[in-house]
Design a protein around this ligand. Structure first.
Ligand code: FMN
Length: 395
C-alpha cells in the first residue's frame, strides 16, 4: 500500500518511544521507505540502532553530524517525505513546533517539511491537559498540522487519563488515510451495508446466515482511505470496524431497512453488501411463540427488500450497487436482479467457487452493469473492494 512512499518518523523523549519500533516495522512491511529522526532525549529511551536496523537508513539525531553523504540532510529529507509523523510527541516538541523553534534535527526538518504532518502527543495527563499544551496543540491545528488524539487509559506514570500514545494500528491507519491512495472519492458520501441480520424467533434463537461482514467492511475501509465520507450500517459481526467511518450497528432486517432509508437520500453511492436474512417469523408466528403456543412449523414472512426499495427511490445521479450470491446461473440471475431492482451494478459471487463468498479473506467477483460483465480473478477482499470502487467511478 505504501510502495514508493517516503515516511519520516520523528521520535521524541517519551517513555512511549519504544512503541515506534513496531510502527516502523509495519510500515516497512507495507513497502514504505522509512526514515527516522530522533531527538537527543529520545535516545535515552530507545537506541537509534533499532531503527537503523529496521529501516536500513541512518537514524538522524544531530543536525551537525558530518558522518554521512554530503547534502543538507534536514532539507533533503523534508523534500523527500510524503508524510511526517511525530510520535510520541512530547510537550516540548509540540511547544517548539507551535512556535517555530528549530534547535535540533527534528524540529529543523519539521520546519522545512511541505508534506502532511501528523503529531501524536503522549504524556502525563496533567501535562496534556495543561492549557499551555492545549493552546500549542490548537496552534498546530491552525497551521494545518493534524493532531492525533491520545488514547485514555493507564499511563506509564500509573496515572489514569488522556495522554497515552494510540495503538500502532491507529497511527498506521492515519498514515494510510493520508497517502495510501489518491483521494479520488473525496466529497463522495458513500453508504455501505455489511454483515448478516438476525431475525429473532424468541429471546434466545434467531434466523441468520453465514455473512461475516468482511466484504462490506473492506469496501468501507478502502472508500474511506480514498477520501470518501463513509457511513457503514452493520449487522452483528465479530470484526473490528474500519476507522474514520460513521458506524451504525443494527440487528434485524427491519433495523437495517430503517437505517438505510434514513441515510439513503443524502448518499451519492449506496453499496448493499449486507446479506440480509430474507425471512423472519411472521407476526402471527411471533405472537404464538410469545405465548409458547407455536406450531411445530413456524410460519415465516419475507423481510423488506432493501435493494428494491433503494432502486425505486433512486435519486438523480445516485449510484446503487447490490451483491448477489448464486449457486447456479450466476450471470443470468444477477443480470435479472440488476434490472428488477433498478440497480446500476451487481457484484456477483458464486457460492460454488473456492475462495469466494462468506467468511474467506478472498473473493471472486463478477461486476455486472447494464453494458458490461467483468469477471475478476480471485483476490483479497480489499483488492476486490478497490476494483469494485474503480468500476463504480466509471458509471
Ligand atoms: C522517564 C521519563 C519519561 C518521560 N516521558 C515523557 C512523555 O511521555 N511525554 C513528555 O512530553 N515528556 C516526557 N518526559 C520528559 C521529556 O523527556 C523532556 O521534557 C525532554 O526535554 C523532551 O525532549 P525532546 O522533546 O527533545 O525529546 C519524560 C522524561 C522521563 C525522564
Amino acid at each position: 500500500m505504501l510502495t514508493n512512499k517516503t515516511v519520516v518518523l520523528g521520535i521524541t523523549g517519551s517513555i512511549a518511544a519504544y512503541k515506534i519500533a513496531n510502527v516502523a516495522s509495519r510500515l516497512i512491511k507495507l513497502h514504505a521507505d522509512v526514515h527516522v529522526i530522533m531527538t537527543e532525549n529520545a535516545c535515552n529511551f530507545i537506541n537509534p540502532i533499532t531503527f537503523e536496523t529496521l529501516t536500513g537508513h541512518k537514524c538522524l539525531v544531530d543536525t551537525f553530524d558530518r558522518n554521512f553523504e554530503f547534502n543538507v540532510e534536514h532539507v533533503s529529507l523534508a523534500k523527500k517525505a510524503d508524510i511526517f509523523l511525530v510520535a510520541p510527541a512530547t510537550a516540548n516538541i509540540i511547544g517548539k513546533m507551535a512556535n517555530g523553534i528549530a534547535d535540533d534535527m527534528l524540529s529543523t526538518t519539521l520546519l522545512a517539511a511541505k508534506c502532511p504532518v501528523l503529531v501524536a502527543p503522549a504524556m502525563n495527563t496533567n501535562m496534556y491537559t495543561n492549557p499551555v499544551v492545549q493552546n500549542n496543540l490548537c496552534r498546530l491545528d491552525d497551521f494545518g498540522i493534524k493532531v492525533i488524539e491520545p488514547a485514555t487509559g493507564m499511563l506509564a506514570c500509573r496515572d489514569t487519563g488522556a495522554g497515552k500514545l494510540p495503538d500502532e494500528d491507529v497511527l498506521i491507519e492515519h498514515i494510510l488515510k493520508e497517502i495510501a491512495y489518491p483521494h479520488d472519492l473525496s466529497k463522495k458520501r458513500i453508504l455501505i451495508t455489511a454483515g448478516p441480520t438476525r431475525e429473532a424467533i424468541d429471546p434466545v434463537r434467531f434466523i441468520t446466515n453465514h455473512s461475516t461482514g468482511k466484504m462490506g467492511y473492506a469496501i468501507a475501509r478502502i472508500a474511506m482511505l480514498r477520501g470518501a465520507d463513509v457511513t457503514l450500517i452493520s449487522g452483528p459481526v465479530s470484526i473490528d470496524p474500519p476507522m474514520f467511518c460513521d458506524i451504525i450497528n443494527v440487528t434485524s432486517a427491519e433495523d437495517m431497512y430503517n437505517a438505510v432509508m434514513a441515510n439513503a437520500s443524502h448518499s451519492d453511492i449506496i453499496i448493499k453488501a449486507a446479506a440480509v436474512a430474507d425471512y423472519r417469523p411472521s407476526t402471527v408466528a411471533a405472537e404464538k411463540i410469545k405465548k409458547s403456543d407455536a406450531d411445530s412449523c413456524i410460519e415465516l414472512e419475507r423481510t423488506k427488500d432493501i435493494l428494491g426499495e433503494l432502486g425505486k427511490n433512486k435519486k438523480e445521479g445516485q449510484i446503487i450497487c447490490g451483491f448477489s450470491m448464486e449457486t447456479e446461473n450466476l450471470i443470468e440471475n444477477s443480470r435479472a436482479k440488476l434490472i428488477k431492482k433498478n440497480a446500476d451494478m451487481i457484484a456477483a459471487n458464486s457460492l460454488k467457487q473456492e475462495g469466494a463468498g462468506f467468511g474467506t479473506d478472498t473473493n471472486v467477483l463478477t461486476l455486472i452493469t447494464e453494458n458490461s460483465c467483468e469477471e475478476l480473478d480471485m483476490m483479497s477482499k480489499e483488492k476486490a473492494a478497490e476494483k469494485l470502487l474503480d468500476k463504480i467511478m466509471t458509471l
